[in-house]
Design a protein around this ligand. Sequence first.
Ligand code: UT7
Length: 323
Amino acid sequence: MTLRAVVKGVGHYLPARVVPNAELESLVDTSDEWIRSRSGIERRHFAAEGEMTSHLAVQAAQAALADAGLSADDIDAIIVATSTPDLTFPSVATMVQSGLGMTRGFAFDVQAVCAGFVFALTTANGMLLSGSAKRILVIGAETFSRLMDWTDRSTCVLFGDGAGALVLAAEEAGGTPADRGILASDLHSDGRFKDILYVDGGTSTGTTGHLRMAGKEVFRHAVEKLAETAHACLEKAGLTSADVTWIVPHQANIRIIEGTAKKMQLPMDRVVVTVQDHGNTSAASIPLALSVGKARGQIKPGDLIVTEAIGGGLAWGSVVLRW
Ligand code: UT7
């Protein structure tokens, strides 16, 4: 018998406040034209005062549970990928557990910055296949607006807030690439690059800190490493680029997304793109794109999906799954 971690439901939540590029022109020396042409971003959502990462996560989780036709009582575990927890601890995941009124099971956070959702999916997959849980809520939730240095135009125009969630369940399958569910994953990190994307706060400073990024360098690594991990992951699954229905990439920059698709020899009409509306929402960007992709009618049952992401660490990776 082969077990697979199968997607049973998906949902997302975006804070009400939409911030178009033009609004940022009054904060820093930038322009709508620069932001669009260099990143593809047109607008992003910012959480309201007092609206925290856990609140976004609870809303996304409720939407995913509703989509799955399940309640919190049916869930054994919650994994939240985030780098913007409400507090240093407890985890956002336990806050979500409380917010959902769930008093059984277990909950914890995973922190791999923008690659967090790929790491969380892989963690959930391992737990489902080993029998540690039968159904897991996997959430990506972030409020990166709170990490911005509003005097640094090279970063503050790029990020946004949001959350997305999947319900995964262990199901028996045939053990072939035709199965629904997670078919392979491929994870990497390389701490030699820890200084090109980081937040300059934490226990060492006693402050939350601000995001610092050597954008050009991160960009160079992204284009090179994302196609590489996607190819490796497809190979592990016994598949090739030609089998892919949708690339659902981390939404950091349209030029990275296009560069990766090109290296995978897939046209842009096979890529779910949300960066124009969400900006870079770090660990939330992939589940947000999966949810929006489904709502738009792009992603359908049976579709073969490759997700890939890279972020601070550097940490990067990919997951191949059949919807
Ligand atoms: O999710 C985690 C992973 N993160 C990423 O994947 C981000 C990767 N990096 C990027 O997406 C791109 O490198 C950026 C969008 C951050 C920047 O694009 P770029 O084409 O690499 O631009 P650049 O940093 O080389 O900057 C070009 C120019 C500079 O001016 P000079 O030195 O050429 O005179 C910057 O000072 O653009 C200037 N600039 C801006 N101008 C207007 C930088 N930020 C802005 C801005 N508005 N907001």
